[in-house]
Design a protein around this ligand. Structure first.
Ligand SMILES: Cc1cc2nc3c(=O)[nH]c(=O)nc-3n(C[C@H](O)[C@H](O)[C@H](O)COP(=O)(O)O)c2cc1C
Length: 360
């Protein structure tokens, strides 16, 4: 094995210089951030789970106009929870009653019940396959076999996310190239798919070495890594790459709202917590008044993604008012280490720090 930390199976499979992945950031992704990370020599990702297929095609073209280097597109395999189809207006009004007083105080529009209009994963993935992206990552399950076969034929590097060792084994058996082992420190959603998220809360320091022992394909560590010390720790556990999310959220180039970015940068993120209250699925963000309220026993929460759509009605006026107590402020447990003013500077510090700690 080479003595240089960055020469791993992950960097060679992806054709990148540094095995540092800017994790997909769902609706907070940006073409500029993804391209910036890729241009530096890492792997930028774009989280496209909420987008229509045509919009995904456009985003891929935009990223390609900003970089000629490899990048990843990311989707959610499972896009709705049981009950999304049958939940009706009565449930909607009960769930809305938790946030209507806030919306009224902020002068926003009252939530209006509409029928659930799904976007199909298969259609989204078709857009990703047709565009022949360099890499495809996913969460919340494993795509259908024929679609993975097609990705392989097109030489798209396939990266599956696992929150438990069992999920990593299932990903390897499905033929993915790389497993992203995501510890429960991570910001955003827990992408569990074999057991409930609540039952899949393994920390990175425990999950990574057990995953490395259980599978033979390379493992990328995610969750709680925000600086070069975290990269060195992940590599010591056997990871061949890292995926970082929260720290990239704080870069100017990210799609995060300034209130969100500032809440992390200002050190308000001292405490993060898990909640289903913001979208219907378990996810980690900064503890604030809204999270406390939504986690109170008895609060009605709609199935994913209905709860997410409902909460948009509050997010819009809360963002306008700059009210950080009434917003979903996604962040991981290392949010207080997350500092980025410029993505290039951040990456330079990460690779310099990793070289000092890891090169032999
Ligand atoms: C705001 C936000 C949105 C995210 N959206 C996605 C997503 O759509 N798909 C995905 O696979 N991971 C998503 N993640 C997870 C990140 O890509 C990454 O794995 C995680 O943030 C790593 O943990 P860290 O936050 O401690 O750095 C998201 C994370 C955050 C903070």
């Amino acid at each position: 094995m080479s003595g240089l930390w960055n020469q791993t199976r992950v960097s060679s499979l992806l054709g990148i210089e540094y095995p540092i992945i800017q994790g997909p950031l769902g609706g907070f992704s940006s073409q500029r951030l993804a391209a910036g990370v890729s241009n530096f020599g890492g792997l930028g990702s774009f989280g496209a789970h909420a987008m229509e297929p045509e919009a995904i095609t456009d985003v891929i073209a935009e990223i390609r106009s900003l970089t000629s280097k490899p990048f990843a597109m990311n989707l959610w395999v499972s896009r709705e929870d049981e009950g999304a189809w049958t939940s009706g207006e009565a449930e909607f009004q009960r769930a809305a009653s938790a946030i209507v007083p806030h919306i009224e105080r902020l002068g926003g529009d009252a939530p209006v019940f509409t029928l659930y209009k799904p976007i199909r994963f298969e259609d989204q993935m078709r857009a990703v396959l047709d565009a022949k992206v360099p890499a495809f990552s996913f969460i919340f399950g494993i795509p259908p076999r024929e679609m993975l076969d097609e990705a392989r034929r097109q030489k798209i590097v396939i990266m599956g996310t696992a929150t438990t060792v069992d999920e990593a084994i299932a990903q390897e058996q499905a033929g993915v190239d790389v497993v992203i082992a995501s510890g429960f420190e991570a910001g955003g959603h827990r992408g569990s798919f074999l057991r409930s998220s609540e039952d899949s809360l393994t920390g990175t320091i425990s999950l990574v070495p057990q995953t490395v022992d259980a599978i033979s394909i390379p493992v990328v560590a995610a969750g709680g890594i925000a600086d070069a010390r975290g990269i060195a720790a992940a590599f010591a556990l056997g990871a061949e790459g890292v995926q970082m999310g929260t720290v990239f959220l704080t870069c100017e180039e990210s799609g995060a709202h300034p209130v969100h970015r500032e809440a992390i940068r200002s050190g308000r993120a001292a405490r993060t917590g898990l909640t289903r209250g913001f979208t219907g699925r378990l996810a980690r963000g900064i503890q604030n008044d809204l999270m406390q309220q939504m986690n109170r026993p008895g609060t009605e929460i709609l199935p994913y993604p209905l709860q997410r759509s409902l909460m948009r009605n509050l997010a819009i006026p809360a963002q306008k008012a700059g009210n950080a107590e009434l917003l979903a402020l996604w962040a991981g447990q290392s949010a207080n280490l997350a500092r980025c003013s410029d993505v290039h500077e951040l990456l330079q510090a990460l690779v310099d720090g990793a070289a000092v700690r890891l090169n032999r």
